[in-house]
Design a protein. Structure first.
Length: 244
């Protein structure tokens, strides 16, 4: 097993060996759930087992360098990504019902496990804890239509569990852009150029929080803005990464 996976495998083994029963599973309504998911549904979550250490892009097999070709050719402005799952069934449906329908019950099991995974990784790899959590900013019109920013929602949950403050106002969007899902990686980077403004000096250690990383364009641009504002150790924390 490659070193970067120790935090994930150790945590999942602890979960299996210390399950506390109670409540309904949000996925199948089984009465024996732990943090909102029964053990079979939790086992169905698509673990991001082999991945690039820097951007967490899922890999087909373990890489000796632990870096994908894109990160080798174009090193990103962040140091590593903590993204435990792939954006595939059934996790994509759970995130979608949370993100687009406001059904937070589908996010709570993921966030509870995510907080535990993050704490396990920080401890097992002796990683310094970020000074602040920075949720990926959302366009104000989209936020009003949706009713909440899922990245800020996630950051506030993680802050309570991990004891790290949220700096929700540190970065803001200064203009609207085309929907990113319609664009490829190069077009996404061009679309986002100049979209983020850092409102004050950034602390040295920052974790960017978002729900899903697709091409990585948004977190690259956001991390670049934070680095220009003084951040030196930038991590990306997200629930899921698209397979590419």
């Amino acid at each position: 097993m490659i070193k970067g996976l120790n935090w994930l495998s150790t945590f999942m083994e602890l979960k299996v060996n210390s399950v506390r029963q109670g409540g309904l599973c949000v996925a199948c309504l089984c009465p024996n759930a732990f943090n909102g998911l029964c053990q079979p549904c939790r086992a169905d979550l698509p673990v991001n087992r082999w991945h690039c250490r820097c951007c967490a892009l899922p890999l087909a097999f373990p890489s000796a360098e632990l870096l994908c070709g894109d990160c080798l050719k174009f090193p990103p402005p962040f140091s590593l990504s903590c993204i435990p799952w792939r954006y595939q069934y059934p996790l994509d449906g759970m995130i979608g019902r949370y993100k687009y329908n406001g059904q937070r019950k589908f996010a709570r099991p993921l966030l509870a496990d995510f907080a535990g995974l993050l704490e396990q990784r920080l401890n097992s790899e002796a990683l310094p804890k970020p000074d602040v959590l920075v949720p990926a900013p959302m366009d104000s019109k989209r936020r009003r239509r949706r009713g909440f920013n899922q990245a800020r929602d996630m950051a506030e949950y993680l802050a309570r569990d991990l004891g790290i403050p949220v700096a929700a106002g540190l970065v803001r969007r200064v203009r609207r852009v085309r929907a990113q899902r319609e664009l490829n990686r190069e077009a996404r980077l061009a679309n986002l150029r100049g979209v983020f403004e850092v409102t004050s000096a950034a602390p040295e250690r920052v974790a960017i929080v978002d729900d899903v990383v697709t091409t990585g364009a948004t977190v690259r641009v956001l991390a670049s803005a934070l680095r220009e504002a003084g951040a030196r150790d930038i991590q990306v924390w997200a629930l899921a990464r698209t397979p590419g």
